[in-house]
Design a protein. Structure first.
Length: 403
């Protein structure tokens, strides 16, 4: 008989891979994939509103006219036609931008990872909103950052608290989603943005301004970017995305950053994926040249406004007495707070048994969480489906024991 020697164990995973958990949203989407579930958990744009015909025509044109280029490797910085188009849209919205200021990324999520690689050493401090976009917390945690929440109110980051933290903690950067924030839906007013930019200028701080939802405005006036504030130009990185205005499956994002940081991000991208898929970039550039994206976004925003209003109308009957919620002027999300006795993480399994789902608020906090909070996405379902989903949510919550 041949004796097989015992095999030595393989080396362990990196500490960051062992310590950083997965996305609670992704986990919930996997559990609630049944078609009968009305899912308010994902941040998924409404697929029936995609301009599938226009995007298909753009791909067909690119593959018919320049197949060799579309299917070939490209430059890391991005296809010139797309960079020109993105720069022109940014300039038209009040922030003068040249094509060379733009780095195309594989979704704006990759931009966060590139910035973490380019800016952060293990142990560096990052300031974030409280609560904060989940995947940003993941990106910074993977970089080994120490993540510190900044106190926020209904207008976003508190500038006084921010300055105190910058002086005390000496962070590398502040990450913020100032327009229709994920998860709260709130928008930072112009005066508050100028104050935040002033803190960065006085104290020495990078600001990463993430703007995936800004074009999805239903009401009110557009607020200028922090990047457009006086004194902010050399220290603000602006992130944008095609996911919410065209289609997330294209995986197209971009960052606008000062030259030295942009070059460092390009080097990091070379190591990550060489470049964002050429054919997707060329198709997006062709779409922007041939189609009226602003008109398409206006149609999408009109439908999303009806869905937001349907959710606002149904919440009083769905949530327990004493609950409170925000009324976003745009975007995709609504944030609610139940009475303190409710723990939305503990409540979720019973709610899912009623074929409806939400995201508990606790994972969005870098510090001590408010366990009575939850996030609802209002754009994926029709108003009729939203009304039914909220009826199910109300039944599920009424069946729970308070904790």
């Amino acid at each position: 008989m041949t004796v097989v020697p015992a095999l030595a164990p393989v080396p362990p995973l990196a500490a960051r891979a062992r310590s950083v958990g997965g996305s609670p949203v992704r986990d919930i989407l996997a559990v609630t994939a049944r078609p009968e579930v009305i899912n308010f958990a994902g941040g998924l744009p409404a697929p029936e509103l995609f301009d599938a015909e226009g995007i298909a025509e753009a791909f067909c044109a690119v593959l018919a006219e320049s197949p060799a280029r579309a299917l070939q490797y490209s430059t890391t910085e991005g296809e010139p036609a797309l960079r020109e188009a993105l720069a022109a849209r940014t300039s038209a919205r009040g922030l003068a931008t040249a094509a060379d200021d733009v780095l195309v990324t594989t979704g704006s999520q990759q931009a966060l990872s590139l910035l973490a690689t380019a800016l952060l050493e293990p142990g560096d401090t990052v300031l974030v909103e409280s609560p904060c976009y989940l995947a940003a917390l993941q990106a910074f945690a993977f970089a080994g950052a120490r993540i510190v929440p900044v106190p926020c109110d209904a207008d976003g980051v508190d500038p006084g608290a921010l300055e105190d933290l910058v002086v005390r903690e000496r962070p590398k950067l502040l990450y913020t989603v100032p327009t229709f924030q994920n998860p709260t839906g709130r928008t930072m007013p112009a005066a508050r943005r100028a104050a935040v930019a002033g803190v960065a200028a006085r104290c020495g701080l990078w600001i990463v301004e993430d703007d995936p939802y800004g074009e999805l405005r239903f009401e009110g006036e557009r607020v200028p970017w922090i990047a457009a504030c006086a004194g902010a130009g050399d220290r603000v990185v602006l992130l944008g995305s095609c996911s919410k205005v065209m289609a997330p499956g294209l995986r197209l994002g971009w960052l606008r950053a000062p030259a030295e940081l942009r070059r460092a991000c390009a080097v990091a991208k070379q190591a990550a994926d060489l470049h964002t898929p050429t054919v997707n970039q060329l198709a997006a550039a062709r779409y922007l040249a041939d189609r009226d994206l602003d008109a398409h976004v206006a149609r999408v925003a009109g439908a999303y406004r009806e869905r937001r209003d349907a959710m606002l109308a149904g919440l009083p009957g769905a949530l327990p007495e004493g609950s409170a919620w925000e009324r976003p002027e745009g975007g995709m999300f609504l944030w609610a707070r139940l009475p303190e006795s409710y723990d939305t993480t503990a409540l979720l399994p019973e709610v899912v048994r009623h074929d409806v789902a939400y995201v508990p608020g606790a994972p969005f906090y870098a510090g001590a969480p408010d366990r009575s909070t939850l996030r609802l996405c209002f754009v994926t379902q029709t108003p009729t489906e939203i009304a039914e989903g909220l009826r199910r949510l109300g039944r599920g919550l009424r069946n729970q024991d308070r904790t």
